[in-house]
Write a protein that binds this ligand. Sequence first.
Ligand SMILES: O=P(O)(O)OP(=O)(O)OP(=O)(O)OC[C@H]1O[C@@H](n2cnc3c(O)ncnc32)[C@H](O)[C@@H]1O
Ligand SMILES: [Mg+2]
Length: 197
Amino acid sequence: MEKILIATKNEGKAREYRQIFAPKGFTVVTLNDLPEKIEIEENGKTFIENATLKATALAEQTNVLTLADDSGLCVDALAGAPGIYSARYAGDHDDQANKAKLLQELKDVQGQARSAHFHCAIVVVKPDKTRLVVEGKVDGLILEEEHGTGGFGYDPLFYYPELGRSFAELSMEEKNKVSHRGRAVAMLLEKFDEWWD
Ligand SMILES: O=P(O)(O)OP(=O)(O)OP(=O)(O)OC[C@H]1O[C@@H](n2cnc3c(O)ncnc32)[C@H](O)[C@@H]1O
Ligand SMILES: [Mg+2]
């Protein structure tokens, strides 16, 4: 059975990747499953740079097929912020503070002007260092208050017009079908077999 290391500490992401890779016969492990604590500085300027930093560092240390995901929310009225800084917009990985800051920044912005997209870059690195890069995005609107309790991060504030619900009101299956991450993974799976051989 093939093993894949998801180079993330984010349990929300980890759950979504487990749901995708476990049925394909992969043993899925994350940074939270490793005995030693690993810190990687995300000092890149783009989602792809950060995902590449995370995936290569971990593949080097572990010699295991490694996938890293760098993602975030880009709000048009805020010139793309919080973008690559989504996890540390207000407080470091403080979802409540991050959502509160977003609502505050958008307090004078109404309706369609609250447009945004989630972006996801995935980099997969083999132990021999070859890599595969894919990206995905999904468009939506920032709600004026939180809706739903599922998902993670900014999901309760991200309204997906096609389904008429926020991402936190979707099941994980529904979210994975349409999300930035789900779309990037779909591209990944299309290319994976050829790349893996
Ligand atoms: O770096 P790792 O350990 O993978 O975990 P992280 O949470 O720091 O992940 P990122 O550096 O990629 O930052 C992504 C942030 O963007 C937000 N985000 C990304 N994908 C999301 C999603 O599907 N739903 C809601 N928020 C999301 C959320 O705030 C994340 O913390
Ligand atoms: Mg991070």
